[in-house]
Design a protein around this ligand. Structure first.
Ligand code: GTP
Ligand code: MG
Length: 456
């Protein structure tokens, strides 16, 4: 069966200079030539990879819908490897909708979200990591995130994974040869496979571990401002954002709800959350506020714990800090513009956390804080391959692969039958294959591509 021709508006809704209606499939050119009248008619076949000026005209009544630039990309030299037509219209709701309706009336059907990219994947133009990277590029919220996404799009991660998969398959081939032709080939030294297996296992584990950093690049670092009331959390939020976003008063318990704002530090996306001061709350609203603070603290990638430098150390801070054990904490010694009762040394002597001294009021120490936040996010050194995993799906398969490889090593060490070793190696290779989109179910593919926008 011939594939259907799909069409969608590929640009976001709203008024703008240009909006694009995109078609892909065997009927794309036939539909376009029925609706498009070029300014300069040319004999011969429709030129590929050229922008042509002309009009979109409704064939029924001859009404001119818009003046457009049309590009035809002949298969297989297109995004989907099918015939693709892009009609660059003026971007307004009515124009784009009318052009799309005409296209649909003349034989195309409306594309599902992500269906263009899905076709590119199914045609083998992209592996699944690259197809997923298309969405990652679109959604990137920072320079650093975009850089990683662009690397994935150009196939870097896919190649790394494919290389590891091939290494596992090579080992599997040795084991299978031993199983099938045991008598005819020299005996396989199973212990001799261990160093190679360990090396692959280490690389897979390192790739999996990069997900911590990858998730931050993709979703942003979740930073929570915490501390007793009145220590200057809201003031610090405002100072970092350079706006008067949160209310600041000298009354303890001013902030009740969590205020979340985005900022970018050295290209790193950060979600900064101001919270209600931690104390034995007095009224219902404050009790709810403190409970909410605790929820956000539990999910934080980094806690900025503020302490008022103009006051003596409060036992409550000891309690709060101890309750945050196991979390990544930066101690912020605020109000350094006032006579300081507490010093940086007092804190470093007592706590294992990094200390930044600043004034949320004057802005002194803010560059140092920004740097410390960035360093905290980038604590992991990049892998030699420079690859970072940003998708939970990839992380999951890498973890499974790593377990299969460990299992294979354990089997070899225990002198288990080769059939069992082969089983583990095959499973490990399958996990990496799933990342690349090999041997993967339609349901999983649909789920991946349904996250895309229409027209991509
Ligand atoms: N001198 C000085 N005062 C500050 C500084 N930071 C905050 N303050 C003052 O401290 C008081 C409390 O500041 P907030 O930012 O509202 O403190 P908070 O931690 O958000 O307080 P809650 O919302 O009640 O938990 C205000 O009067 C601020 O002006 C600082 O660096 N220096
Ligand atoms: Mg506040």
């Amino acid at each position: 069966m011939k594939p259907e021709t799909i069409a969608a508006i590929a640009t976001p809704p709203g008024q703008a200079g240009i909006g694009i209606v995109r078609l892909s499939g065997p009927q794309a050119l036939a539909i376009a030539t029925r609706l498009f009248r070029p300014r300069v008619p040319r004999p011969g076949p429709f030129p590929s990879h050229r922008l042509l000026l002309g009009q979109i005209i409704a064939p029924d009544d001859g009404q001119v819908i818009d003046e457009v630039l049309l590009a035809y990309m002949r298969a297989p030299h297109s995004y989907t490897r099918e015939d693709v037509v892009e009609i660059n219209c003026h971007s307004g709701w009515a124009v784009l909708q009318q052009v799309l309706n005409l296209v649909l009336q003349h034989g195309a059907r409306l594309a599902q979200p992500g269906e263009f990219t899905q076709r590119a994947f199914l045609a083998g133009r992209l592996d699944l990591t690259q197809a997923e990277a298309v969405l990652e590029v679109i959604q990137a919220r920072s320079e650093a995130g975009l850089k990683v996404a662009a690397g994935h799009l150009s196939g870097g991660l896919g190649q790394t994974i494919a290389g590891q998969r091939q290494a596992i398959l090579d080992l599997l081939a040795l084991v299978e040869a031993d199983l099938d032709f045991g008598e005819e080939v020299p005996e396989l030294d199973y212990q001799g496979l261990l160093p190679a297996l360990q090396s692959i296992g280490r690389q897979i584990a390192a790739l999996g571990e990069s997900y911590g950093q990858g998730r931050v690049l993709r979703e942003g670092l979740q930073v929570v401002l915490a501390g007793r009331p009145n220590v200057g959390k809201s003031s610090l939020l405002n100072q970092l954002l350079q706006t008067e976003r949160a209310l600041v008063t000298a009354i303890p318990g001013t902030t009740r709800d969590v205020i979340a704002e985005q900022l970018v530090i050295n290209g790193l996306p950060v979600c900064l959350m101001d919270t209600a001061g931690l104390r034995q709350a007095e009224d219902t609203v404050e009790v709810l506020g403190v409970a909410r603070t605790r929820q956000h603290l539990a999910r934080a990638d980094l806690v900025l714990y503020l302490i008022d430098a103009s006051e003596a150390w409060q036992p409550e801070d000891t309690v709060q800090l101890e309750s945050l054990q196991g979390q990544k904490i930066l101690l912020v010694l605020n109000k350094c513009d006032l006579p300081m009762v507490l010093s940086k040394d007092d804190l470093t002597a007592r706590w294992p956390h990094q200390v930044v001294v600043l004034s949320a009021l004057t802005g002194a120490g803010i560059p140092e804080l920004r740097q410390a936040i960035f360093q905290a996010a980038m604590h992991q050194t990049l892998l030699p391959s420079g690859q970072i995993v940003t998708q939970a799906r990839h992380y999951h398969h890498l973890a499974q692969c790593r377990d299969c490889l460990s299992q294979a090593q354990a089997q070899i060490a225990a002198g288990a039958p080769p059939e069992l070793i082969a089983l583990d190696l095959r499973a490990a290779a399958q996990e990496l294959g799933a990342i690349l989109g090999l041997e993967i179910g339609e349901e999983v593919l649909d789920r991946i591509f349904s996250q895309f926008c229409l027209g991509k």
